[in-house]
Design a protein around this ligand. Structure first.
Ligand code: PBG
Length: 327
């Protein structure tokens, strides 16, 4: 048998599972996964979200049980989204201290004092028009009025016991305003995780069923970023760091791997990525058709997101992935 005279044989490193495991550069661990959850008013509810198989809208009592599963699997944190009892143009339910999210935060903190509890901070879950802000009379999102509303809600969520508030609205200046509202109200230790780079994306579609917040007119392109732009992502990240964000996040994850790779060396604090609803649902749908293997596809995407530079990953696979990783 003739042999090639090769100086380099990279395959040597791949010849056994033990060698592959030893040389793997990137690893996933459950503590770096954050589990997004939807909470609604009521009792004993786990309403399936049809476009997100395996995900539910929970009442606060049932949420505690689901979170216990996540904690047992070693998941690092949860991120709460609220579906209020009533919506109006100003999203006033966001400011109710007895609202769905503050109530859920208190219950989770009672049951799991050591769990990191994050709260998504955005008006779109609370407004009847479904936009991420307060509208001007001509139907545009008023940046500064929206920022003031978010800063006030951040204080309310911190008071309920949230460890982290996560503005996902993409208004200018909101991180600084939230930071100073938290500081002035004595919440010096509440972290701000900023959705620093959030692209307008077709991959949020299932989430809009989950959070019941589809915009009633127009779209979110006046505040979320254009997928065409990368330099703008660097600018958004720089601004949020200057305004005091403790953690920066990029979303969607899989279509932003280049952005993660560019931000990783520049961001001097934890960098997160959000594997969004559509990224989850497309894998579930294909798996249900028998076209791909859910576990292999999910773990591959999570590993690629880590490899690109994200340290933390928000993912609807959090509990399953944590269990797979511990097997
Ligand atoms: C809204 C918000 C969205 C998501 C998180 N926060 C939807 C949007 O901006 O349209 C999407 C998350 C997902 O798709 O899983 N502030």
């Amino acid at each position: 048998m003739s042999r090639l005279a090769l100086a380099e044989r990279p395959r040597r490193l791949r010849q056994s599972a033990a060698l592959r495991r030893m040389v793997a550069e990137t690893r996933l661990s459950p503590r770096e996964l954050i589990y997004p959850l939807f909470v609604r008013p009521g009792q004993d509810l786990a309403r399936p979200i049809s476009s997100m198989p395996g995900q539910y809208q929970w009442s606060a009592d049932r949420l505690v049980g689901e979170v216990a599963r996540a904690v047992a699997a070693g998941v690092g944190a949860v991120m709460l989204f609220g579906i209020p009892a009533a919506k109006d143009p100003a999203g006033s339910a966001m400011h109710d201290p007895a609202g769905v999210v503050p109530t859920a935060v208190r219950r989770l903190k009672d049951a799991h004092p050591d769990l990191v509890v994050m709260v998504d901070l955005c008006l779109c879950d609370y407004t009847d028009h479904g936009h991420c802000g307060i509208l001007t009379p001509d139907g545009r999102v008023d940046n500064d009025a929206t920022v003031a509303s978010l800063a006030a809600a951040a204080v309310l969520f911190a008071e309920a016991g949230a460890d982290v508030v996560a503005p996902s609205d993409m208004m200018d200046g909101r991180v600084g305003a939230i930071r100073s509202a938290l500081d002035q109200s004595g919440h010096l230790d509440t972290l701000v995780l900023s959705y620093a780079v959030k692209y307008a994306s077709g991959f949020y579609a299932p989430f809009r069923e989950a959070a019941e917040n589809r915009p009633q007119f127009g779209d979110r392109r006046g505040y979320q970023m254009d997928v065409a732009n990368a330099r703008e992502a660097l600018r958004e990240a720089r601004l949020d760091m200057a305004e005091g964000a403790d953690v920066l996040m990029v979303k969607p994850a899989l279509s932003s791997l280049d952005i993660l790779a560019r931000l990783a060396p520049m961001v001097d604090r934890p960098l997160a990525a959000y594997q969004v609803s559509g990224e989850y649902s497309q894998i579930l749908a294909a798996a249900q058709c028998g076209w791909l293997d859910e576990r292999a596809a999910a773990l591959e995407t999570l590993l690629a997101i880590r490899r690109a530079g994200a340290q933390l990953i928000l993912t609807y696979f959090a509990v399953k992935a944590a269990q797979w990783l511990s097997e």
